[in-house]
Structure formats: structure tokens, C-alpha cells
Design a protein around this ligand. Structure first.
Ligand code: GLN
Length: 390
């Protein structure tokens, strides 16, 4: 079979989780919690099953869940999405993103992506015959040469736009860097695409993990951008149930209609009882409102522990990821590329991480790796002990 994706292997998350298991390492690689969800959530799902909600739901998702999502978005971002025509429940963020691309991108269309970029975007574009046009986040360094953060490459993005540009994909809070867009960035994006037909795919699956008192800047807050955007979110991230694979896509009716045409033949719909459970659970805003505080505490714990090592900490303003620069550890392995360094760290130190170079189409070596801190404090404590022993 001529491969549709000749350059693609198994995802880095699967590879590193398998390596972590093989070597019994603490898995701070693939992003998922090692603690369980609120028991009230599965209780609501069992109840839905017992109540007989066990047949096909509507193709777009059950109405109470779409209504609850619509209310959440209105309350947080001040934009009303009609639950009947503008919100669709998906099998997680990844399926939402794939279906956005499949419904919007024709062969030859160009899609601008910002690297480091989540690993599913470019293969999704390639699958449907589109052309990914990567631009790179600008790496900022302080006077000591340490990475002090990232900036959106506005000039490169403006230069990358051609008459074939169909879509720009953005992601805030950003995986893997944790970078968070500010409201000025959203305004700047609106300026960039004004007077064009460029669509926006906005991956906001970490929307409830923005730290230090800042607000998440959804494109839904910006009336002009909302009109041309697909907004993706994930219940797995928000409710500690990554294995349930449920999320949603919000988009204006004319875009949602096209999304749904593909969605119905892609997965048709998402399992019924989990949707009822989520609809019930979503009525209480506290779990998602408290999530940033919950993860900020873990982030701070992780940072305090890493400060006792020679890893250089990068800013971590959002997501459940902490990136570090390992190039100044003062050991021979500090010269390895980040992929080999992660292999060594997993096998010899017993802590798995993800190389940030895996998020570039042409691996760029900045000597940065990503740790996931969505873990019990005891897990983080043991991982930190091992990292401190390097
Ligand atoms: N989003 C998760 C991460 O970045 C991985 C999800 C997956 O393994 N597909 O770690």
C-alpha cells in the first residue's frame, strides 16, 4: 500500500509510555493524570446506563450536553453558541481537530501551523491532501542565554499567508510549552485575518488550566474571530478522564453544518451514557473553575523540586506541562539530542519525559523536554527525588 503518511511512525506519546512501562519508569511523558476523577462523575454515567440511556444518541450529541456546553461558554467567554446548530460532541479533541480539517481543507489548501505543534495537526492536514505551512514560535532568551519564554511569530505568519491559505491553527494554552495567548494576541490575530476568508482552528483543550490569576483568551471572546473559528475542547483534560475520549467543537452554524457532514461518517456520534453523565456533572461550574488552582499548586510543587536540580525551568503559565532545558546539567548526556536524552532519562534515571523536538516537522534542537505534572504529589515527589540525584 502506498503510504498516505510515509513520514509518520507511532506517536511520541505512545512510544514514551511504552518505554516507561518497559523500564518501570515514572511516566511524566504522555499527558494524563495518575489520579482518579471525582467519583460523582462515573456515578452519573452508571445512573444513565441504569436509566436505559444505552442506544444511539443524536448524531450531534445529546441536547442536555450541548446546552450545558453552550451555557458554560456564554458564562465564561460571553459568546452564545446555539446548542442545536453550533455545538457538536466529539470523540475527544483529536477527533474534533481531524474532522475540522477534513471538512474544511481541500487538496492544495494551505494551513498555517505554529511549531512546536501538537503532533496530530500536520498528519491530519496531510491525510486530506492539504499543505501544512509551519512557522516557528520565537524563543526568547534572557541575558544569561536561558529560555525566558516564547512569542508568537507574527511577521512569519503574515509572510506565510498566500492566496491558498485556508486556515490557521492555534493552541492556547499551548502544548508543549504551556504558553498562553494574551488578549492582545487575539486582537492581533483578528487584524491578521481581517478582509480574508481564512478560518481559525483554535485548540483550547487546556482552557481551564491558566495560572497566576490570568484568564483564558478564547477566540469565542472575540466576535469577529468567533465567526470564522472552530473552537475545540476536551472533557478528558478538564475532568481527569482522558480515557473517556469526549470533547466538543463549537463553531458558527455555517461551519458546524459542514463539520457535522463529515462527523456523521467519521464516528457518527459519541457513546450515550458518558454524555448524560457529563451533562449532569457540567451543571456545577466548581470543578472547572477550581481546576486552575488545583494544577497551579502541582506546578509550583514541581518547580520547587526542579529548582533543586541543574535543569533550567521554562515559564509554565498554563497546561499541565513543565518544560525544562537540560543542556546545562554538566553531565555527558546533556549533549545528547532531546530524543536520546529522554530515552536515557527513562531508562537510567527512571523518569519519562517528552522531547520538544518531536513537535517540529524538521526537528529543531533547543535542548528542551516536557514533563507532565498531572500526578499525585507522591508520584511527583519520587520523580523529583530521581531528577535531583542526577
Ligand atoms: N495530549 C497528550 C499529550 O500531549 C497525548 C494524547 C495522546 O497520547 N494522543 O501528552
Amino acid at each position: 500500500l502506498p503510504s498516505r503518511l510515509p513520514k509518520v511512525g507511532t506517536t511520541i506519546f505512545t512510544v514514551m509510555s511504552a518505554l516507561a512501562n518497559e523500564h518501570k519508569a515514572i511516566n511524566l511523558g504522555q499527558g494524563f493524570p495518575d489520579f482518579d476523577c471525582d467519583p460523582a462523575l462515573p456515578e452519573a454515567v452508571y445512573k444513565a446506563m441504569r436509566d436505559g440511556h444505552n442506544q444511539y444518541p443524536p448524531m450531534t450529541g445529546i441536547a442536555p450536553l450541548r446546552e450545558a456546553v453552550s451555557q458554560k461558554i456564554s458564562a465564561l467567554y460571553g459568546h452564545h453558541y446555539d446548542p442545536a446548530t453550533e455545538i457538536t460532541i466529539t470523540a475527544g479533541g483529536t477527533q474534533g481537530i481531524f474532522t475540522v480539517i477534513a471538512c474544511a481543507i481541500n487538496p492544495g489548501d494551505e494551513v498555517i501551523v505554529i511549531e512546536p505543534v501538537y503532533d496530530s495537526y500536520i498528519p491530519s492536514i496531510d491525510t486530506v491532501g492539504g499543505t501544512a505551512v509551519p512557522v516557528q514560535l520565537i524563543v526568547k532568551r534572557n541575558d544569561d542565554g536561558d529560555i525566558s519564554g516564547y512569542e508568537i511569530p507574527w511577521d512569519a505568519m503574515a509572510k506565510a499567508i498566500t492566496s491558498r491559505t485556508k486556515m490557521i491553527m492555534i493552541n492556547s494554552p499551548h502544548n508543549p510549552t504551556g504558553m498562553v495567548w494574551q488578549s492582545a494576541d487575539i486582537d492581533r490575530l483578528a487584524d491578521l485575518v481581517r478582509d480574508t476568508d481564512i478560518l481559525i482552528c483554535s485548540d483550547e483543550v487546556y482552557e481551564h488550566m491558566v495560572f497566576d490569576g490570568k484568564d483564558h483568551q478564547s477566540v469565542a471572546r472575540h466576535p469577529e474571530l468567533a465567526q470564522r473559528s472552530f473552537v475545540i475542547s476536551s472533557f478528558g483534560k478538564t475532568y481527569h478522564v482522558t480515557g473517556w475520549k469526549v470533547g466538543y467543537v463549537a463553531a458558527p452554524a455555517h461551519l458546524s453544518a459542514e463539520f457535522r457532514k463529515v462527523h456523521q461518517f467519521n464516528v457518527f456520534t459519541i457513546n450515550t451514557p458518558v454524555q448524560y453523565g457529563l451533562a449532569d456533572y457540567l451543571k456545577n461550574p466548581d470543578p472547572y473553575l477550581n481546576l486552575a488552582g488545583f494544577y497551579q499548586q502541582k506546578r509550583n510543587y514541581m518547580r520547587q523540586g526542579l529548582e533543586q536540580t541543574k535543569f533550567k525551568l521554562l515559564p509554565a503559565p498554563g497546561t499541565y506541562f513543565q518544560c525544562v532545558d537540560y543542556t546545562q546539567l554538566g553531565i555527558p548526556q546533556a549533549k545528547l539530542n532531546s530524543s536520546d536524552f529522554c530515552q536515557w532519562l527513562t531508562k537510567e534515571v527512571g523518569v519519562a519525559a517528552i522531547p520538544v523536538s518531536a513537535f517540529y516537522s524538521d526537528p529543531v534542537e533547543s535542548g528542551v523536554i516536557r514533563f507532565c505534572f498531572a500526578k499525585k504529589e507522591s508520584t511527583l515527589a519520587e520523580a523529583l527525588k530521581r531528577l535531583q540525584s542526577i
